[in-house]
Design a protein around this ligand. Structure first.
Ligand SMILES: *Cc1c(COP(=O)(O)O)cnc(C)c1O
Length: 450
């Protein structure tokens, strides 16, 4: 494609045509603007993210009490940042890439309690709701009071009068359901037909009510929202609209910055940071990106990756229609092996927020997810779930020989500094996948390139 000779409209139409025909896309976001300007207009900013970080700290003693495994990190739910040289070599050899700089993986699949990135947002939102009730009912005197009081029998009795509901493709239901049930809330998770059986079974085991829907994710969310709106004792965790959820994800950047510092990894004008994040409805990647932008400004470049069959965020951004267009509107199925990304319509909040910050997007075929899954297992001995593997397509596409031109146009990175880059593949889930399903996923994948 001779991009220079095409108008913006033609570029957009060609991209939409590719998307409709199931061709994987590499998109540069034309709406990205310098950080200083973007943050000035953003609906959420430094104060909000800082406030969320403080709140996470206030909850830490409670988390240690409820989940002793979080004590090793003082009650803060965080994941490791692991250098994956062997996987980098694999991508260079098998994907015909030339990755400059170092490749890391952010192991959010190993986050305590919920085993996915949802341990950041989902747990945070449940805790915020519990704190609000506790303040109203006098369990807590103020927001700096001892939050372990939320885990006393008297608190539990009060919480048991409330129901927390959520619509989920799987992992959000796990995090919200587990956290709500532990505090004594009644929990109801509305699941789309894409949700994996083992996720439903695990929730039922924890005492959570699972309601199943034939339809897709947006329908599950709408049903949950409707059920909750009729009842003042019900709180609905709204994946398409919730600010708390998004802010819960944003806290990650602060701890990532510390991790990078500890590893003596520089991020500055001469040392760019590139981050690749799988995207479903958009709350998690948008929250993480907001946090990263606040932490690193123009020196961080964020890319979202979505399935070829469910590129809802890309569609919302490219058309400028945000949540008012679904992938079915352009004839796509929305069906994918990547259950966490099986979303047909993006979050209005996340898509609007992210528009001026995001560097670009890639879409990925399902068959590649399994290959990345197997490659990561074989080269590094790390297991992540198929949805999380989408992030590898980001780094692969950005560095594939054929798309070098795209890479240049996207990044606006100072000449000669890519060799100093740090790449982070955000591995969003996999920690709770049962052993036998892990084996199945590992065995079924091919180790080879197409
Ligand atoms: C939820 C999820 C995502 C995407 O998060 P959204 O907020 O839906 O965009 C990515 N990967 C996994 C494993 C998830 O569970």
């Amino acid at each position: 494609m001779e991009i220079d000779n095409m108008t913006a409209l033609e570029v957009r139409n060609a991209l939409l045509n590719d998307m409709q025909n199931g061709i994987n896309a590499a998109w540069r976001n034309p709406a990205k603007i310098p950080y200083a300007e973007a943050i000035g207009h953003a609906p959420l900013g430094r104060v909000d993210v800082f406030d969320a970080r403080l709140r996470v700290k206030h909850f830490a003693p409670l988390m240690m009490k409820l989940f002793p495994e979080t004590a090793a990190n003082n009650g803060i739910i965080e994941s490791d940042l692991v250098k994956i040289d062997n996987m980098k070599q694999f991508l260079n050899d098998k994907k015909n890439c030339n990755i400059l700089g170092d490749l890391f993986i952010k192991m959010d699949g190993e986050l305590a309690v919920a085993g996915s990135v949802k341990a950041r947002g989902g747990i945070y939102e449940v805790l915020c709701f519990a704190e609000k009730i506790a303040l109203e009912k006098g369990i807590l005197d103020d927001d700096e009071d001892d939050h372990t009081k939320l885990a006393t029998p008297s608190a539990k009795e009060i919480f048991s009068q409330y129901t927390i509901q959520v619509g989920s493709t799987g992992n959000l239901g796990l995090s919200v359901g587990i956290m709500a049930a532990v505090l004594g809330f009644k929990a109801v998770v509305h699941m789309s037909s894409d949700a994996k059986e083992w996720k439903k079974a695990l929730l039922r085991e924890k005492g959570v009510t699972v309601v199943e829907y034939e339809g897709n994710y947006s329908e599950a969310v709408a049903k949950g929202r409707e059920a909750a709106s009729k009842d003042e004792f019900t709180h609905f965790v709204d994946d398409e609209k919730s600010v708390d959820l998004l802010l819960g994800y944003s806290v990650s950047a602060h701890y990532l910055k510390k991790q990078l510092k500890k590893k003596n990894i520089l991020v500055d004008e001469n040392h760019p940071l590139l981050v690749y994040i799988p995207c479903g409805v958009g709350g998690a990647p948008a929250g993480i990106t907001l946090g990263l932008k606040l932490a690193f400004g123009d020196n961080v470049h964020c890319f979202f990756v979505e399935p070829v069959s469910a590129p809802c965020m890309l569609l919302g951004l490219v058309t400028g229609l945000f949540e008012h267009i679904s992938v079915q509107d352009i004839g796509l199925s929305g069906k994918t092996e990547a259950d966490g990304l099986a979303v047909s319509r993006p979050s209005g909040l996340a898509s609007r927020l992210i528009r001026p910050f995001l560097s670009g997007e890639m879409t990925v075929h399902d068959r590649m997810l399994n290959r990345y899954l197997k490659a990561l297992w074989n080269t590094e001995g790390l297991f992540i779930e198929p949805s999380a593997c989408a992030a590898f397509e980001g780094v692969a596409v950005l560095h594939s020989i054929e798309t070098a031109e795209y890479a240049d146009s996207v990044m606006n990175i100072k000449d000669g500094t890519m060799k100093n880059a740090t790449h982070i593949v955000w591995a969003t889930g996999g920690g709770l996948v049962p052993e036998e399903i892990r084996q199945e996923l590992i065995n079924k994948a091919e180790y080879t390139e197409e």
